[in-house]
Design a protein around this ligand. Structure first.
Ligand SMILES: NC(=O)c1ccc[n+]([C@@H]2O[C@H](COP(=O)([O-])OP(=O)(O)OC[C@H]3O[C@@H](n4cnc5c(N)ncnc54)[C@H](OP(=O)(O)O)[C@@H]3O)[C@@H](O)[C@H]2O)c1
Length: 365
């Protein structure tokens, strides 16, 4: 690990997040793409530019040799899946921290607010930091900046606040992740199927840390975290280009809230409205321009403040746009993390820095 100059940065995993991470590292003036670690054997030896859908070679061949790739790393963007393999993901992350790298990742939901993370997850990270001198910052968009620094920033513009509400409103029909959409989120399943993503306690595990970050920033204590859940069946069968048919009568939309209760009232709320087709649950909130999806922050109070985020990437895709902003938050944090030194950092620690040196420095599409 070098202590100055450009940060030699390794991207680990080349799915939705990893693709965007390769592009973001390549475009960052203070970072050098030093390696790409892949799990899929078919990707070994492929150039990072090809894996990131760039129109040029980046001169970095993907490898499955984790130790060799990490040996020279100052920073690691860990973009391998974590929701289905959290223990393995954290072991990978700790390995990178042990070689002294600063690690940024969206993959471990229980670590978004490290202070409220279970000790059995946090303690091994602290041990790896003590041994190797690396650091960790876990973030994304939702959970992530859409329900930590953005609402917190907006509260700074208010005179009085009655409620802070963060919303994700998404139509998943173009989201090419059939396993997640059908089984984790339950779209197209019979109405007596309980999707694992909204099983009791799971939303609190994923988004409870975000409520605590907002509460901490506002100087309030949460009495408790509550969950609500509504689901709707499709009134007629719908076809999706990416994932085939979803039958009438089966789940077509779900809406849930994770509520941070202050003085007995849900004053900090993270809400998700998710559909497989715009024809389902039309009385629930829709994306502001009728597109595939948006993230919103609503500060109820005086004044009432509403912010809509509609990011797009990879040919107008809103999921890709959201992922790319998650990546931006993480990759752009690396120079700050290197300067900050060893430790676990959260969204209240890591500033959102302006894009110095990036104006007109455009990554190829
Ligand atoms: N909070 C947020 O805003 C946010 C947003 C998006 C994603 N996420 C999280 O970020 C992570 C990545 O998401 P994604 O959409 O990029 O997922 P993805 O498209 O499914 O890609 C995940 C990558 O993980 C690697 N992988 C799969 N199985 C593996 C294994 N057994 N061992 C090692 N690597 C394995 C594969 O890498 P190779 O292709 O290189 O072989 C795969 O491409 C997930 O945990 C997701 O929950 C969070």
């Amino acid at each position: 690990m070098s202590s100055q100059g450009s940060a030699r940065t390794v991207v680990w995993g080349t799915g939705n997040v990893g693709r965007a991470a390769i592009r973001a590292v390549d475009a960052h003036p203070d970072l050098d793409l030093a390696g790409v670690i892949v799990h899929n054997p078919d990707k070994v030896g492929k150039d990072a530019g090809e894996l990131a859908d760039l129109d040029r070679s980046l001169g970095v061949a993907a490898t499955a040799d984790v130790d060799a790739a990490l040996a020279e790393a100052d920073a690691v963007v860990y973009a391998a899946s974590g929701e289905v393999r959290p223990v393995e993901a954290l072991a990978d992350i700790n390995k990178a921290i042990r070689v002294g790298a600063c690690v940024v990742t969206p993959s471990v939901y229980a670590m978004y607010d490290p202070r409220s993370a279970p000790p059995e997850l946090r303690d091994p990270v602290l041990a790896a930091i003590a041994d190797g001198g690396g650091s960790l910052f876990v973030s994304g968009i939702d959970p992530g900046w859409g329900n930590d620094i953005l609402p917190i920033l907006a509260t700074g513009l208010a005179s009085s606040i009655d409620q802070v509400r963060c919303q994700e409103i998404f139509d998943y029909s173009t989201y090419d992740q059939p396993d997640s959409v059908r089984y984790l989120v339950g779209m197209g399943q019979p109405m007596d199927y309980l999707p694992p993503m909204v099983a009791p306690g799971v939303p609190t595990m994923v988004w409870g840390g975000q409520l605590r970050l907002i509460a901490r920033a506002l100087g309030v204590e949460l009495d408790e975290v509550r969950e609500t859940l509504l689901r709707r069946p499709l009134e007629s069968s719908v076809e999706t280009a990416a994932m085939g048919t979803f039958e009438a009568g089966n789940q077509g939309a779900l809406r849930f809230e994770v509520q941070g209760v202050v003085d007995g009232e849900p004053l900090i709320v993270i809400e998700h409205v998710t559909r497989i087709h715009p024809s389902c649950a039309t009385d629930w909130p829709m994306p502001p321009d009728g597109g595939d999806g948006a993230h919103k922050v609503i500060i109820e109070g005086r004044p009432r403040i509403e912010i809509n985020i509609e990011a797009t990437d990879e040919g107008g895709n809103r999921s890709a746009g959201g992922n790319a902003t998650a990546v931006g938050r993480l990759v752009n944090a690396i120079p700050w993390l290197r300067a900050a030194g060893p430790g676990i950092y959260d969204a209240l620690d890591v500033p959102l820095s302006p894009a110095v040196g990036k104006l007109r420095r455009k990554a190829s599409a």
